[in-house]
Design a protein around this ligand. Structure first.
Ligand SMILES: Nc1ncnc2c1ncn2[C@@H]1O[C@H](COP(=O)(O)OP(=O)(O)OP(=O)(O)O)[C@@H](O)[C@H]1O
Ligand SMILES: [Mg+2]
Length: 234
């Protein structure tokens, strides 16, 4: 049994169906990437898994339990956390206040939770009093991930963690993701930097027009000529 199992998930907005029956698994020790063209439905799928978008058909199980229609707040409390593609920090709050908000479900989060995050991201400790909106894009992305880690998730959903970052910062963020995974957190992420992401992903899925197109190990997808040509820019 995988930690997360999405089966034949159908969802959309209003009466427009965007996800037409997608299936995805994430095991408890894995890093899994979802790649695919703009508008393929990657973000919509992530939001459906996290109950921000209604699941119209199919099922999502987490640790073997049906969570298809669970509330977002219950999912976070129970070990699944999500970092959105945009607007993922409170710009006018300080770094520490952002972290506290990340853990607000716990009431006043214990000191160890902050320490765990500061261990992963020393820059956040150095800047804990700084206003989040005044930090660089890379630092804000680290903070967004840090906020989600306040609840010590078993599964972290990341929508484009490297979006808009310079290449060396992309590598920094990816290194942190690997470190978090080594610290016993499964990762499901959407990535535009598909080649780089697949290099360190255990497995990957190619999504196109709301459907599964390819799935395999990161390595096989990277070396597949069709995937390369169509989705990795040759
Ligand atoms: N809130 C919304 N209301 C209506 N339609 C939406 C909404 N959000 C996304 N869509 C539509 O759903 C489709 C899939 O969008 P989605 O954002 O999931 O794609 P994506 O694969 O994440 O794209 P990108 O790579 O650009 O982030 C698109 O046609 C988009 O216009
Ligand atoms: Mg998206």
């Amino acid at each position: 049994m995988a930690l997360l199992e999405a089966r034949d998930v159908v969802s959309g907005y209003g009466d427009v169906e965007i996800i037409h029956g997608v299936s995805i698994d994430v095991a408890s020790d894995e890093i899994v990437s979802i790649i695919g063209p703009n508008g393929a439905g990657k973000s919509t799928l992530m939001k459906t898994l996290f109950s921000l978008v209604d699941c119209w058909d199919g099922t999502v199980t987490f640790r073997g339990e049906d969570v298809t229609h669970d509330q977002t707040s219950d999912l976070s409390r129970n070990g699944m956390c999500y970092v959105p593609q945009t607007d993922n920090v409170f710009p006018t709050l300080s770094v520490e206040e952002n972290l506290r908000m990340g853990g607000y479900i716990l009431g006043d989060p214990p000191k160890e939770n902050y320490e765990r995050i500061y261990n992963h991201f020393p820059i956040l400790e150095e800047r804990k009093s700084q206003q989040a909106g005044s930090m660089s894009g890379g630092q804000q992305q680290m903070l967004a991930i840090g906020r989600a880690l306040m609840l010590d998730p078993e599964l972290l959903l990341l929508d484009e963690p490297s979006a808009g970052l310079a290449p060396d910062l992309v590598d920094d963020v990816f290194e942190k993701i690997i470190e978090i995974n080594e610290d016993d957190t499964a990762i499901l992420m959407v990535e535009q930097n598909a080649r780089k992401a697949l290099k360190f992903s255990d497995r990957g899925y190619v999504l196109e027009m709301g459907e599964n197109r390819f799935e395999d190990t990161g390595e096989v997808l990277l070396n597949d000529s069709k995937v390369g040509e169509l989705y990795l820019g040759g």
